[in-house]
Design a protein around this ligand. Structure first.
Ligand code: IVH
Length: 673
């Protein structure tokens, strides 16, 4: 008995630790499978020796510790409890589930239908409409009480604000961050010296709970709705899903309905196949992560008969896919210097195939990660990749002998310039503070020319490296003083390519002020912050004179950004660079304010081939305070359509959305002809 009790307490301690790490610290120390094994062992122990059960056992309640509730007073009690799902991993588990369902259900029902749908890896949300209006949105929280996220959900612009159904309706679904958005966000965060999100799920959960709704909007979260829990229209889930779609909600298209076990298993594997499909560039076709399939009884009456356990519904189960992982060997660790000077350890690996692409490097995030993994050169490591997310090292396979075993040396000086490193605030990353460090200089120039900043085509790594090496440029202001003859002398440059490059540089002078300011690469001042600052101050002189207090008073700007902005413009060298850029004709003030009130609060969708890239029109529209959404719905006010517009145009015509061209867009935005 003592042994059983000891194991019981050990299991509870372990599960609580992992819950805490997973839900509060956003770390997955073990795989879902390993977690479930521990959990199942605990359930078994409690079944065989019920006298040991304690009331605070993780099996007794929906045990997720939800950090959204820490310190938040905007709590919402769910009218209908939000349950979690039991996990399964094999065909046998699914057969067992189907058998249990059949046993409980009235014998007269011959065929029981099941709906099989993707399990989206994001954060659960519950939304409520009343009188056709979106009135409530909440996180799951502990299943009973969640956090109010109505403003944040509204700011995403992915849900209809009003619907035709005028009754009280509660819908549940999953908010997720598209993989491409996640990758971009982390690149931005890395550049700005902020901690990275471990995966799209954490990024989605974290973004949903931001206090500043305007920031949430820029995180680009999307939603899939997967259940209608109040105000049901039909007697079954599948028809209600279609109904939700008709109301204008995003519903995942890969939902299937079957009765036979074989068909159900096929559907589960079909969804896995869809998850793993690659496009021509070997990236995943689906721009979101799904970690399994959910099998649900279709008929609501049967669901009622089945009911719930304390934690899970008995009418649904999730089937978790094993995320693809592979073993390889760690050859060395290099330390990369980012444009902000942050040093990131990168694992150099023996190349292996993983999820359709060849992997030779994986990120180690920071020095703490090296310690946590206790990793050494020559170790056999297990790497994992979800979607197109940068692969990461999950663990070290200690069963494989490592004859090398050298410790990874954390540098104390910059690997590029040799300058002594400073530590960041959290102490997990080193920083090079030498502003002349070639890596920082090169990173800064590349950032300035990058797509989201000045968008200078052809001004990539190779070109910048060559220009720096031959002293053609020293900082960003030199880009506008490049000498055609000098470039032509460099290897690999022909007359035409030089002309193209110089033309692209010339063109970039017309970029709006917010791109120039963002291009300066001020730490903690991202794209959204840049736009907010410009909206407030208008031009560079006023910005340069602004105090930390003036800046941090702007809604949506943090104290960190305010202080780095002020110290950036105190620096003589930066002031000189700005002056030179200005004398070269770059824009340093906001576009004339032709704000037309009618453009505000309008939602635009952009499609087809236009005279500039989509991003250009997106910036333009947003600079007038209007919104750009990626798909046409009843809430779309205008579809800006270029040539070769396809399905979006069709949808706009179906929904009676006004279709406009570039001229009309200008008229709408500026209110002038
Ligand atoms: S149904 C009563 N369907 O998975 C059952 N959940 O592990 C409620 N999830 O908290 C859930 N995709 O956030 C359902 N198609 C889907 C889902 C889904 C993702 C999430 C959901 C839930 C978690 C359970």
């Amino acid at each position: 008995m003592d042994k059983i009790l000891a194991r019981y307490n050990e299991l509870i301690a372990l599960i609580e630790k992992y819950n805490q790490e997973y839900y509060v610290n956003n770390i997955s120390a073990i795989s879902d499978y390993e977690y479930d094994q521990l959990y199942k062992e605990l359930v078994k122990l409690e079944e065989t020796t019920p006298e040991i059960i304690i009331t605070t056992s993780p099996t007794r309640f929906v045990g997720d510790v939800d950090n959204s509730l820490v310190g938040s007073d905007k709590k919402i009690e769910h009218q209908i409890r939000m349950y979690s799902l039991e996990n399964s991993y094999s065909r046998d588990d699914i057969i067992e589930f189907i058998d249990k369902v059949k046993k409980v259900v009235n014998a007269t029902v011959k065929k029981i239908e099941f709906v099989i749908e993707p399990k989206i890896d994001g954060a659960a949300v519950s939304i409520r409409y009343k009188g056709g209006v979106l009135v409530e949105a909440a996180t799951r929280g502990d299943g009973v009480i969640g956090e109010d996220i109505l403003d944040n959900i509204k700011s995403l612009g992915v849900l209809p604000v009003t619907i035709e159904d005028k009754g009280e309706v509660i819908i549940r679904g999953e908010a997720y961050m598209p993989i491409s958005t996640f990758n971009k966000l982390n690149i931005e965060r890395e550049a700005e010296g902020e901690t990275l999100f471990a995966n799209p799920r954490n990024a989605a959960a974290g973004s949903l709970k931001l206090l500043d709704s305007s920031k949430v909007a820029s995180r680009g979260l999307k939603l899939f709705l997967y259940s209608l829990d109040l105000g049901r229209r039909f007697d079954n889930h599948f028809d209600d899903l279609k109904y939700l779609k008709d109301l204008g909600f995003p519903v995942n298209e890969n939902c299937f309905k079957f009765s036979e076990t074989d068909d159900i298993m096929d559907a589960i594997f079909e969804i896995e196949k869809i998850r793993d499909e690659l496009d021509d560039t070997l990236n995943n076709k689906l721009d979101y992560e799904l970690d399994g399939a959910v099998v649900k009884v279709n008929d609501y009456a049967i669901r009622d008969e089945l009911g719930h356990t304390s934690k899970y519904p008995r009418f649904a189960i999730s089937y978790k896919y094993k995320s693809e992982s592979v073993r390889t060997k760690l050859l060395s660790v290099t330390f990369q210097v980012g444009r902000t000077g942050a040093i990131t350890p990168v694992a150099e690996l023996v190349s292996v195939q993983l999820s359709g692409s060849v992997i030779a490097r994986a990120t180690l995030h920071n020095n703490d990660e090296i310690k946590r993994l206790n990793i050494r050169i020559g170790d056999t490591v297990i790497i994992e990749k979800g979607g197109e997310v940068i692969p990461k090292i999950i663990s070290v396979d200690r069963d494989v002998l490592n004859i090398d075993g050298r410790e990874i040396e954390i540098p104390t000086v910059c690997p590029v310039c040799g300058y002594a490193l400073a530590n960041d605030v959290s102490g997990v990353k080193g920083y090079c503070i030498n502003r002349e460090c070639p890596a920082i200089v090169q990173g800064g120039i590349l950032h300035f020319a990058s797509r989201d900043a000045m968008d200078i085509k052809g001004f990539g790594v190779k070109v910048v490296e060559q220009f720096l090496e031959h002293d053609l440029i020293k900082d960003i202001s030199d880009i506008y003083k490049l000498d055609r003859k000098k470039i032509l002398k460099l290897e690999g440059f022909q007359s035409q390519s030089v002309d193209n490059l110089l033309e692209a540089i010339e063109q970039s002078k017309t970029q709006p002020f917010h791109r120039v300011l963002y291009g300066l690469g001020i730490k903690h001042v991202g794209r959204t912050a840049t736009k907010l600052i410009i909206k407030q101050f208008g031009d560079i002189d006023t910005i340069m004179k602004a105090t930390e207090e003036d800046i941090s008073a702007i809604y949506g700007i943090g104290v960190g950004s305010a202080s780095t902005l002020v110290s950036f413009f105190k620096d003589e060298i930066n002031i000189k660079i700005v002056d030179q850029l200005r004398s070269n004709g770059l824009k340093f003030e906001k576009e004339p304010d032709l704000l037309n009130k009618t453009a505000l609060d309008r939602t635009f969708v952009i499609t087809g081939k236009l005279s500039h890239e989509r991003e250009y029109f997106k910036d333009l529209i947003e600079s007038y305070g209007a919104r750009v959404s990626s798909s046409v719905s009843k809430n779309t006010d205008y579809l800006l359509a270029g040539s070769d517009a396809g399905s979006k145009l069709k949808k706009a015509l179906e929904l009676d959305v006004k279709v406009i061209d570039e001229n009309e867009l200008n008229i709408i935005l500026t209110g002038s002809r």
